[in-house]
Design a binder for this molecule. Sequence first.
Ligand code: NAD
Length: 455
Amino acid sequence: MGELLAKQRNFFHRGYTLDIHFRKEQLKRLQHAIEQHEQELLDAMYTDFHKPQTEAYATEVGFVELELKLTLKNLIKWTKPQRVKETLLNFPSRSYIHFDPYGVALIIGPWNYPFQLLLNPLIGAMAAGNCAIVKPSELTPTTSAVVAKMIQEHFNDAYIATVQGGVETTQHLLKQRFDYIFFTGSTQVGKIVMKAAAEHLTPVTLELGGKSPAIVAEDADLSLAARRIAWGKFLNAGQTCVAPDYLLVHEQVKEELIQLLSHYIESFYGEDPMQSPDYARIVNERHFKRLSGYLKDGVIRAGGTTDLTQRYIAPTILDQVTWQHSVMQEEIFGPILPVLTVGSLEEAIHMVRQHEKPLALYFFSSNSQKQDLVLKHTYFGGGCINDTISHLVNPNLPFGGVGQSGMGSYHGQSSFDLFSQQKSVLHRGTWVDLPMRYPPYGDKLPMLRKLFRWL
Ligand code: NAD
């Protein structure tokens, strides 16, 4: 790893990546590589955990392709030094922000979106002119192998390389001195990454998880809410960082909402979701067992069946759940939706605020005052009013967490900005040199004070 890093650092110092045309060429090469490997990638994700091909295309391969297209279209604009307003104190001058690459970036990915969550940050790193080592998840070995093969076939490893392996490999990587670390994964491992980065004072982005609530008010369009919540929750069998983790629903509409949710589960996945081609499996036995343990909490209102041989857990709704239940102690990250009842919106807001700031929050209501109230009084990474997950689809919205759900945000231009060091440069005019700042100061203070107050 040390050797690979040295090779990349050397490549970086030679300055190839500073050339915008080089960056564009390499991004196009990535585009071509993805096109070439598209079916192989979709098949690999199906092999790893039965990820439905339509979902794998929309949320992984197609999603990355859109990001690439957007980046290629805007790269020249993004990389241009940005002129900013002057201050009279520096008269005469011009000021610019230059966007410099950091150097060699390390990108560590999770298993749940094993392609997108590795490749989207990579696009940002490349666009900003960095070299990068990507470390895919060991829990999706088939997809990780295809990604590694694709990168190896299309890129010089002195520029972009993959390192495969488990926890130990990641720990070795983290001992090296990188210039930027981009990590997507659990809050627990995020802390390990940040500690390791602190050793070298390497800047980090942490894209973590948490318990993201969906709040449903009594005036919401319940049928639409149920359909959109069921979609967001059971997409990828609930193994989505921004999936609604639990429901906070007004007591007046709880029964109707549960019935509607059950209805949409059946309309999406049929009477027996195990037979559905559109429903994923749990990634491994450890997570299957962890999730199965939650089924003893509360009262099962839909689903609740499991099959270890297939690592299948039915889309499940748990009613009468309280914060004391084990399902409410950690991020669920699976197809189990606990329902908690509240008597008012204020109570729901209070509950959210009593817990860690979530990665996402979803609020369903047709009342704009209530919408404002929720937005003003809850803190979360990003979210939607009257929908789930879709905020991710807009590349103009920076995506990231806050507090325990992460730090830093990316997508679209935010990715370019994230992987760029903003270098501030002042060009000072030479035709005049006002004497105000130079000693001896004599009686300049009153005049200086006047000037500062006037500015
Ligand atoms: P994880 O933290 O277990 O693993 C992520 C990466 O860290 C893997 O590549 C793994 O090799 C490495 N790793 C694991 N343990 C390590 C250790 N002790 N030391 C060093 N490296 C270690 O996460 P996961 O299970 O792959 O993914 C699920 C988590 O990721 C969930 O919490 C989910 O919410 C979060 N997530 C967040 C986002 C986001 O964009 N914010 C997206 C997807 C997933």
